[in-house]
Design a protein around this ligand. Structure first.
Ligand code: PLP
Length: 333
């Protein structure tokens, strides 16, 4: 199967599985798992933050991250289309009693700071207390401009807000910037990173921030049911991913660019390509048949009026060549 639905579908390589088998473990709720500790220390060093926390999913990492910034009756300003507003089942509101204040994302994925400023509430009994600005990078594949990150950082310092970055795919952004992780994480108080997407681990995310913040997060993680025991076997996959699968993200981006170009050449209506994502417009009557046809030929896509194709470490160039052949055959029939 060639699976272009998401980069979450990557499976652990043989070498990653070997690293998992060899991992020393302990009870992580006691802080005793040496592999989890090694992963957290390594990630914190890469991001230039004091501490890191390993969690089972990005959704839980965002929830715990928000709850560690905002108490009951406080609010975070977030994009209408942000994962930690729209795609996490309302967790911050339901489980954290935190009020989201969504605003429209600009086309580049940023939240215009004048619009953010207009939503910051005065200290008044009528209002929730505004505590946090939450950004997402990459956003639907788009890389937020570094200049914007700097401005958002300075803005939040002036307005006494904290700044959180949902960086599920932050390494994809760093790949485009061409610098180090720390060069962007210096512009936030906290961030999350998914190990289970383009980095290829079977599960796991990280939340990073200062020592005191991560200490609070540890309690919320326990409450959310995310305190795992001999979880070094998963942390080993994460460590393997950070050591071996970051540099190669540029191949995914090059493959996505190649795929976009090849699709355009056979007449497909490619809207855009950013990092490891390609968006293609499909005529309404072809949406279901295209999905079916591809599936019959062992290619999985999330066929939709705007279809997102995601490249990752299990979609080598040769596999993408097959996708193009099949797509062309579908158009011709
Ligand atoms: C995938 C993703 C998450 C978290 O997803 P999980 O499936 O819970 O690990 C969070 N934010 C963004 C932007 C994502 O793409």
């Amino acid at each position: 199967m060639i699976d272009l639905r998401s980069d979450t579908v990557t499976r652990p390589s043989h070498a990653m599985l070997e690293a998992m088998m060899a991992a020393p473990t302990g009870d992580d709720v006691y802080g005793d798992d040496p592999t989890v500790n090694a992963l957290q220390d390594y990630a914190a060093r890469l991001a230039g933050k004091q501490a890191a926390l390993f969690l089972p999913t990005g959704t839980q990492a965002n929830l715990v991250g928000l709850m560690s910034h905002c108490a009951r009756g406080e609010e975070y300003i977030v994009g209408q289309l942000a994962h930690n507003y729209l795609y996490e089942a309302g967790g911050a509101a339901v489980l954290g009693s935190i009020q989201p204040q969504p605003i429209d994302n600009a086309p580049d994925g940023s939240l215009p700071l004048d619009k953010v400023a207009a939503r910051i509430k005065a200290d008044d009994v009528h209002f929730a207390r505004t505590k946090l600005l939450s950004l997402e990078n990459t956003f639907n594949g788009k890389v937020l401009p570094v200049e914007y990150l700097k401005q958002a950082w300075e803005f939040t310092r002036q307005r006494s807000l904290k700044l959180h970055v949902d960086g599920a795919r932050l390494f994809n952004a760093v790949t485009e910037y061409g610098g180090t992780l720390e060069e962007v994480t210096r512009y936030c108080d906290s961030l999350t990173i998914c190990l289970s997407k383009g980095l290829g681990a079977p599960a796991g995310s990280l939340l990073l921030g200062d020592e005191e913040y991560i200490q609070r997060a540890r309690r919320w993680r326990k409450m959310a049911g995310g305190g795992m025991r001999q979880v070094g076997i998963l942390a080993a996959a994460g460590l393997y991913a950070l050591h071996n699968n970051v540099q190669r993200l540029k191949d995914d981006h090059a493959n996505a660019a190649w795929l976009a170009k090849a699709l355009r050449e056979i007449g497909a209506d490619v809207i855009r390509q950013d990092t490891n994502m390609v968006f293609v417009r499909i005529p309404g009557e072809e949406v279901a048949p295209l999905g079916e046809y591809m599936k019959q030929h062992n290619i999985l896509i999330s066929s939709a009026p705007v279809t997102r194709l995601v490249t990752h470490l299990d979609t080598p160039r040769q596999a993408l060549g097959e996708v193009i052949e099949r797509w062309q055959a579908f158009i011709r029939q």
